[in-house]
Design a protein around this ligand. Structure first.
Ligand SMILES: [Zn+2]
Length: 383
């Protein structure tokens, strides 16, 4: 099977994040077993999804991890000209859900396995495929923890998110909290005796506005200056609450999410948010003691901090010839690898602009560039 055959196969599995990816994982496991490579699964709590990791070649330190996710975003409500789960080649482009984000890279990583074995690599290639990346990078951390325990230490991790095969060494982090204001219902003519969950929630959202105003007017650090916007942001993208215009709202739920510049400390923001939550809760409880604020963390995607002369960056620069420095605004699993002391970088085929779109495509030329990257990587591991 060549890389293109593998891509066709991977795209045919409808691994949208809200369903099981086990059919795909079964297939990958069989494929690897066919090359004499044993893989390990790391299941989610429900047991309906799994990550998979494998060491290809000798069990020694110094190898390279190729990391991808197996899930894709939904196609519902999108106008596709072709079947999203069949790769269609047209005008130098490979159309299909996930061709760009990021089954194209997954296929290249799997195609590199027999290449590495035939070439007789001296340093291992490690494959790491996750689930639930598209819903907040939830699947990778347990897999990374297991890899740290059970695999020889790799010197570099290449996360193949679409970067047009450029070396991307930094991105912002993403941290989200979901807040449920539990208020107290009374007729709004007596609102001073009730606790309006929406109006107290607004105090927390206003806090987020103040964070943004303060960060926007501060002078950005040299690190932050590389990003657009050059500061950490706080954002509410969804809110729900209330019963009727003349009832103080009993419930209100909303998210507060941060996009964190590398070098900023999420702990500072978390502590400030929780302090504000405690203040607002005290105001609510002064009116009705049984009211409260429930707050839960939803996702945790650490930033990717550009590493000074990092091993992963050096490797990718050598293999691609790209010596410019790039940062991106989307979050990836690279920050999660880095958090576990891996040297990590993003480099993969395709343009992020095509990701998640109807008629998502990967240019054939990018897929070929990705294959050349794998050939050079295998050479590097063999020398
Ligand atoms: Zn992706």
């Amino acid at each position: 099977m060549n890389a293109r055959d593998i891509l066709d196969k991977l795209v045919s599995f409808q691994t949208v994040s809200n369903v099981s990816n086990l059919d795909l994982i079964d297939w990958v496991e069989d494929y690897l077993a066919g090359h004499g490579v044993s893989a390990t699964r790391v299941y989610n709590d429900e047991g309906n999804k799994a990550s998979l990791y494998a060491n290809v070649g000798p069990s020694v330190d110094g190898g390279v991890v190729l990391s991808g996710h197996t899930d894709v975003v939904p196609v519902e409500g999108q106008a596709w000209d072709t079947d999203p789960f069949t790769v269609v080649e047209k005008g130098g482009k490979l159309y299909g859900r996930g061709t760009c984000d990021m089954k194209g890279f997954d296929a290249l990583a799997l195609a590199a396995v027999p290449m590495a074995l035939e070439r007789g690599v001296k340093l291992p290639l490690q494959i790491a495929l996750s689930y639930d990346e598209e819903v907040g990078c939830l699947g990778a951390p347990p897999m990374i923890a297991e890899m740290r325990k059970h695999l020889p230490a790799a010197s570099a991790v290449v996360v193949g998110e679409p970067s047009m095969m450029k070396a991307v060494s930094g991105h912002k982090g993403g941290y989200g909290w979901w807040i449920h204001m539990h208020g107290f219902e009374v007729h709004s003519s007596l609102m001073h005796t009730g606790v309006n969950a929406i109006m107290y929630g607004a105090k927390l959202i206003e806090w987020a506005n103040q964070v943004n105003d303060a960060n926007m007017s501060a002078t950005p650090s040299p690190m932050a200056a590389q990003f657009d916007p050059p500061f950490t942001t706080a954002h509410t993208g969804k809110i729900w609450g209330g019963t009727a215009h003349n009832i103080t709202a009993k419930d209100c739920e909303f998210g507060i999410d941060f996009r964190l510049v590398p070098g900023d400390d999420i702990e500072t923001y978390r502590a400030a948010l929780f302090e504000r939550v405690a203040e607002v809760e005290a105001m609510m409880q002064a009116v009705v003691p049984e009211t409260r604020i429930e707050i839960n963390q939803r996702f945790h995607v650490p930033p990717l901090q550009p590493e000074a002369d990092g091993a992963a960056e050096q490797l990718v620069r050598r293999l691609t010839g790209d010596n410019a420095s790039h940062v991106v605004s989307y979050g990836t699993e690279a920050g999660q690898f880095q958090e576990k002391d891996y040297s990590a970088i993003i480099c993969g085929p395709g343009d992020i602009a095509q990701a998640h779109q109807p008629n998502e495509f990967l240019e054939v030329s990018q897929f070929k560039a990705g294959l050349e990257f794998m050939e050079k990587l295998v050479d590097h591991l063999a020398d």
